[in-house]
Design a protein around this ligand. Structure first.
Ligand SMILES: C[S@@+](CC[C@H](N)C(=O)[O-])C[C@H]1O[C@@H](n2cnc3c(N)ncnc32)[C@H](O)[C@@H]1O
Ligand code: SF4
Length: 407
């Protein structure tokens, strides 16, 4: 199993769904409905909280893009010509690519794969890349959904995070994107930042909902290894907010989202009806998935493939000896643990019958037994053989997940 829970006995960590969630939607997948993830590992500036696989050097950008195209060709049979329902360009910063570069990638995808007519195509974008002219360029690509990294509507927070943009810029570009015909927009926000008060977080949410965009990904800050934030935390330059404050901010998030008719369909993801991310939902509903690019992961129901996390090596090995990925055959235990970790955080819950029929009867028995004490404590509830986390259970969700794991 490759997702490691923090294991810390801290409520803030437990509700810091971010740690699992923002990565999980890039990493974990299975079964039948198909998605393609493409990793663009280039950024213009490194944010102080981020440990995503990225490079500040654009030296290999051209070669990298050509290698992506090559890999798309090489992996042609991975999806067995099944219809591709979602494509997701994540990073790094996909919005560093020009229309021409994006369209070269899409040309190869359309030429090689069976792309559904209703395909959702998302690109992650940094606000400062979304000039009016760039938005017009994006409109000439098949991208039909933007995921914009707003993070905060306060300039002091943005500076603290080493973001490239201002709060005003985010508001402006969202409107511009809407004017240019992008109606399916998601915004990322981070809460639980050092020094962030619940009042400030509420103001952030109010600013967000005023933008009238239909999807929000809100992540509690996680202090990741190899980030400036963790160094500053260790040297006492910044301080973690208290667990009580984390809980308050999470409750504010839930309340404000509900007030604005957003459904919490996953712990950190909220959407208006009809605007849940198809791509992320596919992950959480055990769909098959092809990951292209350095560090990208793929899943086909029985195995997982991990591409090398090194731009130069990825370029060198792809098409040469093709030794650019590792493959892991999934055991029943892996499948069970993946199912628990992906499903319990969603509004679709954990289906005991799915575990019984698609994974293994013994694991279903284990699950039922383990779940019992959480049901008695009111943290889980069972309806028609499906286990859901209750409102109360949401605050200790990662504890529950950890406890339901088969180790
Ligand atoms: C791949 S990143 C962002 C893509 C894009 N480059 C950007 O910065 O907008 C996806 C999202 O994960 C969230 N994220 C990344 N690191 C995080 C952390 N340490 N704690 C909480 N959220 C984090 C941020 O909200 C970020 O927008
Ligand atoms: S948050 Fe986005 S822009 Fe910032 S370093 Fe991470 S991937 Fe790059």
């Amino acid at each position: 199993m490759f997702v490691v829970l923090s294991g810390k006995n801290s409520v803030s960590k437990l509700i810091s769904k971010s740690k699992i969630s923002y990565k999980i939607f890039k990493l974990i997948v299975w079964q039948v409905f198909i998605g393609i993830y493409i990793h663009i590992p280039f950024c213009a500036k490194k944010c102080y909280y981020c440990d995503f696989f990225m490079s500040l050097s654009l030296q290999y950008k051209e070669e990298y893009l050509q290698t992506l195209i090559k890999e798309l060709g090489l992996r042609k049979n991975y999806l067995q010509n099944k219809p591709v329902e979602t494509i997701y360009l994540g990073g790094g910063t996909p919005s560093l690519l020009s229309e021409k570069e994006l369209n070269e990638i899409f040309e190869q995808i359309y030429k090689t794969y069976n792309v559904s007519e209703k395909v959702e195509i998302t690109a992650e974008a940094n606000p400062d890349d979304l000039s009016n002219s760039y938005l017009k360029e994006l409109k000439k690509t098949p991208i039909n959904r933007l995921s914009i990294g707003i993070q905060s509507f306060f300039d002091d927070d943005l500076q603290m995070m080493n973001r490239r943009h201002s709060a005003e810029q985010s508001m402006f570009v969202v409107k511009k994107a809407q004017d240019n015909g992008f109606s399916n927009i998601s915004g990322d926000l981070i809460y639980g930042l050092p020094g962030m008060s619940s009042k400030k977080w509420k103001k952030n949410l109010n600013s967000f909902f005023e933008l009238k965009i239909p999807h929000l990904s809100a992540y509690h800050l996680t202090y990741e290894p190899n980030t400036v934030f963790i160094k500053r935390l260790k040297t006492g330059k910044i301080k973690e907010i208290s667990e009580e404050e984390s809980i308050i901010q999470f409750k504010i998030l839930q309340k404000e989202a509900k007030k604005n008719n957003f459904f919490q369909y996953e712990t950190s993801n909220f959407g208006k009806e009809g605007f849940f991310s198809k791509h992320n939902t596919a992950y959480w509903q055990q769909k098959h998935y092809l990951g292209i690019g350095a560090s990208a992961h793929s899943y086909n129901g029985n195995s997982r493939q991990f591409n090398i996390k090194n731009i130069k090596e990825y370029i060198k090995r792809t098409g040469e000896d093709n030794n650019y990925f590792k493959k892991e055959i999934l055991s029943e235990k892996d499948k069970y643990n993946d199912y628990i970790i992906t499903r319990l955080r969603t509004m679709w819950g954990v289906d005991i019958n799915f575990v019984k029929k698609k994974i293994c009867e013994n694991y279903a028995e284990f699950l039922v037994e383990k779940a019992q004490k959480h049901i008695e404590k009111g943290n889980l509830t069972e309806k028609k053989n499906i286990l859901y986390v209750t409102e109360q259970g949401k605050f200790i969700e990662d504890f529950i997940i950890e406890d339901l794991f088969y180790l």
